[in-house]
Design a protein around this ligand. Sequence first.
Ligand code: ZN
Ligand code: ZN
Ligand code: FE
Length: 761
Amino acid sequence: MTTREIRVFGVVQGVGFRPFVHRLAETHGVAGYVANKGSYVKIVVAGAEERLAAFRRELVENAPKRASILHLEERETDPFPGIGFSIVESEADSGSRFVSPDIAICEACREELFDEDDRRYLHPFINCTDCGPRLTILDEMPYDRQRTSMKSFPMCDACAAEYNDKASRRYDAQPIACHDCGPQVYLLDGSLRGAEAIRAVRRAICGGKIVAVKGIGGFHLCCDATNEAAVQLLRERKHRPMKPFAVMVRDIETAEREAKIPDTMCAALDGPEKPIVILWRKKGGSIAPAVAPGSRRVGLMLPYTPLHLLLFDYPDGLVMPDALVMTSGNPPGAPICRTDVEARETLAPLADLILSHDRRIRVRADDSVMEVYDGAPYMMRRSRGYAPLPIFLSSLENMRDGVLAVGSELKNTFCLGQNGMFYPSAHIGDMGDLGSVECLRETASRMASLLAIPPRVVAYDPHPAYHTAKFAAELGLSTIPVQHHHAHIVSCMAENGRTAPVIGVAFDGTGYGTDGNVWGGELLLADYKGFTRLGSIEPFLQAGGERAAREGWRIAAGLLPGETVLETALRLGLGNEEELGAQCFLLENKINTVTSTSAGRLFDAVSAALGLCRTSTFEGEAAMALQFAAEESDAAREGFDLPSIHMAEDGRILLPTTALFAEIVKQRLSGENVSALAAVFHVSLAKMIGAGCRAARDRTGVSSVALSGGVFQNTLLLRLVEQNLRKNGFEVLRHRMIPANDGGLSLGQAVCAAARMTENK
Ligand code: ZN
Ligand code: ZN
Ligand code: FE
């Protein structure tokens, strides 16, 4: 007879791990107990050696689907005096914590949902140990019903029996609920509840109306995606003329009817995270053009809550559309609405009906969004289903102090880190919105307590005008500034588990440079602790302040050669004489101008010069239009013949982007095809980046390149750059599950700060 204590670390909470251990112990006839310790699950087992060995083997091999075991610690311990096996009450302990993300409804629950004989037939909150809300209903760790939003719903006898029955799929399932004891849906105007409310919402959708629906991590605005007029109405009400909407399709068959789904992506689309996947549309689909104007792509996701399934299927005789627009219920840049009060304030003017429910959302989680690159996920927004799973960096295992990185100004996320574990948060929003700053404050403090990481140090972006910098200062902790593009590159290194120095290609919209200028087309030599600026695209003058970020025509005017600006700008159709005259005046007299090396702005300028997008209605619109135009051109292209890279006075490498722009303008004016020019622009820029990296390698001896920054959301450019670099013998590191855009910045900031702290010890 031996007694062993096994500690299991990883995502083992809220995934049916304890009941699994219980069943396993009974199968093998070992005694003992299992307890949830917050940071790990503790198992004490007593029995004959060979029984313990079998138990131990199956513990790893047959662990529940959603569990992910990071490591096990095992030791012999004092003899266990009891008989039988039990689950003992949770008690918190210190150490790294793992909070499960939310999990989409599982197949077994889906079947019960539509089984007339099941007692949860059509119950909008059906779930089990394999599925249901987790992070978004969590108050405190360890994960137990009493510490979630389910506290207000005492279990009925039938649910309690399942909860306590080892043979049940709902043994120890914390959010367990049924018609008798669970939460209820209702219309926010108070008129209808339960089944009546669901029917009313379905009727409204069929009638071309706009509804708001409370989901897992917040409210969605929803309408019939196959009804052009309904989608247009939503665009008008949301003041969102162009930005694509995500579409929830009834099932994978509908998804296949609408879009080409690479075999390798079915698992991601239909997996337990249920992200939005951006796919190529098929001809002859039913989704209205207004869903994604001017784009041949569409973002699809599958239903992930029982309530979503009921919107598509309900025994009320209605024939529902099999595709619904599902867009976050929030003003642009603001956090997604999660309470009835917020919904009443901001969504009531947009939606004809609001379907809410009384299970509270504690932590917001927007839908995650990914593109497909090389047949695999390429993350754009890492949020519901993924947050707050950690990234582990063994090189920083000894960082004892907690770090909070407050992230970027746009697409904000924050990141908590300790002991080499880094937990990037769900999407927060744009910090220009006061609600987002409040959401950052509230969510960061909630996550710090859930993960038991009291921050000692705050990492932030030193841009003097950023709300995040102000927020960081207000926390009263010691602060570490991390340059924007350095953070991007370190985020990419961390995702790839790389610590040795790399050449970083950081191409994005705007970041505050150490010289006070706007950076954004940078070549850096970087490691976790610091960086040197090796090169950049050629600097240009950016005039017009804030507006320059949305109005590509202003940047284009600034990139045109001095003498003939006005004339050329008029011929390109960049604006009327008055606007252009005013812009030229600002540029000539350097009024309200900044020196910029922003690659994002270069894309905006080219997009405007080619007549694709003069002014953006959302961030990234001009660059997307340019990428789409380039993708329309099928022929393989050579880049322009351009001057080679050269050196600035301070010795940094300069990519000849001014000449590239001039060549585009020249060819456009001589009548060359716009798509072809868009394609050649991409190829030429990729070649320049390749040449820049070769010069950087000659200088430093480093032959690994990390690609990061929002411009690398452009998968066409990414492919061209990656091909060029590999051909030239570079190792290429790029993002996969952490966004290349500012949503991934907080991870880089946290890792930089952690590396500097460990250095100072
Ligand atoms: Zn389930
Ligand atoms: Zn019940
Ligand atoms: Fe950035």
